[in-house]
Design a protein around this ligand. Structure first.
Ligand code: PLP
Length: 357
């Protein structure tokens, strides 16, 4: 199999895929696949409960938080979280550090009086802010800890006082240890560090879950989903199952401490190769805000881009093309990418620079 640097849907751990393959036709002795059993049946309910407990153990999620396995992608929750966490007259603050946080504020605007409390647009989204003027009356402060396209990451938490922090962790969840108690709500589309797309994980502090929000249909209300253990309607059973396998895999790797150390080592090695290439490759993100998950880089001459992409694909390095908004290259190195894959990329880049420098 190639080394898959896709930003998402992204590579899953081979052990997870192999287990899913082994169980595909006969899951837990049912004689059918997990996709073919009732979500309200004993087997699925038991698996769902184990999966939540495994996640709680991995992340150290306090009892005062509810875990939900929903649908709609992170994008739907840009709007839905505003409907749930803010009343019709409420204000909310947003930190804008790139494409996804910009989308989050736009999608919330029909439902909350959203204000940009800090932005790094002026420097082309090459850094993350360190100063915040948070409205103490804001219903929440939203930020995107890792900007998947721009390749920036917060390595500190925004200071929000008593205003609850809401984080879109789609591209950095489970990538290192995290103090969940510092957040009001965490949410993440599954398709990078959790499992297949179509599943969204939410971790919500119970006092926020009880907020009245605005009038809305039950299907949008987080509290209704919580009352029904994320089974208000038919959940994404396949995604839920694969998330469970991934949580077990992370635990088997040594948990978030071990995963975090490995992710840091991978990112350090790749940035060192870029910075040490004598200008053949560049990454212009503020070094204190570089992402450990998504590493965008450019070649010194963009006329070489197509050759680089073709040669890298032939060398078994898949999906290195940068996002269409930014061009260049991007290597996404989520949890499932081992150091061996990153080293294969580094070796290829060195060799390519020698041949074309
Ligand atoms: N937020 C971030 C940080 C992302 O990287 C993405 C990309 O998948 C999204 C939100 C959008 O997620 P979805 O496609 O699940 O709506």
């Amino acid at each position: 199999r190639p080394w898959n640097f896709s930003a998402g849907p992204a590579a899953l751990a081979p052990e997870v895929l192999a287990q899913a393959q082994r169980e595909l036709l006969d899951w837990r002795g049912t004689g059918v696949s997990v996709m073919e059993v009732s979500h309200r049946g004993r087997d699925f309910m038991a698996m769902a409960e184990e999966t939540e407990q495994d996640l709680r153990a991995l992340m150290g999620i306090p009892d005062s938080y509810t875990v939900l396995f929903l649908q709609g992608g992170a994008t739907q929750h840009f709007a839905q979280l505003a409907m749930n966490l803010a009343g019709p007259e409420d204000r909310a603050d947003y930190v804008v550090t790139g494409h996804w946080s910009q989308k989050a504020v736009q999608e919330a605007m029909p439902y909350v009086n959203a204000r940009v409390a800090a932005s790094t647009e002026a420097d082309g989204f090459r850094s993350v802010p360190t100063q915040f003027e948070v409205d103490p009356q804001a219903a929440y402060l939203h930020f995107t800890p890792n900007e998947t396209i721009h390749g920036t990451e917060f390595h500190h938490l925004p200071e929000s006082g008593d205003v609850p922090l809401v984080a879109d962790m789609s591209s950095d969840i489970l990538s290192r240890p995290l103090d969940v108690s510092k957040f009001g709500m965490i949410y993440a589309g599954a398709q990078k560090n959790i499992g297949p797309s179509g599943l969204v994980l939410l971790i919500v502090r119970d006092d926020l879950l009880r907020r009245p929000g605005r009038p809305m249909a039950d299907i949008f209300r987080y509290a209704r989903h919580a009352e029904r253990d994320s089974m208000l309607n038919t959940p994404n059973t396949w995604g839920w199952y694969l998330a469970g396998l991934t949580f077990q895999w992370i635990a088997a790797q040594g948990g978030l401490e071990a995963i975090g150390a490995r992710n840091q080592a991978k990112a350090d090695a790749l940035y060192a190769a870029i910075d040490g290439s004598g200008g053949f490759y560049t990454n212009t993100i503020d070094p204190t805000a570089r992402s450990r998950m998504n590493v965008p880089f450019r070649l010194h001459d963009e006329a070489l881009d197509a050759t680089f992409l073709q040669a890298s694909a032939e060398a078994g390095l898949m999906a290195l093309k940068g996002h269409r908004a930014l061009g260049g290259m991007r290597a996404s190195i989520y949890n499932a990418m081992p150091m061996q894959g990153v080293q294969a990329l580094i070796d290829f880049m060195g060799d390519f620079a020698r041949r074309h420098g």
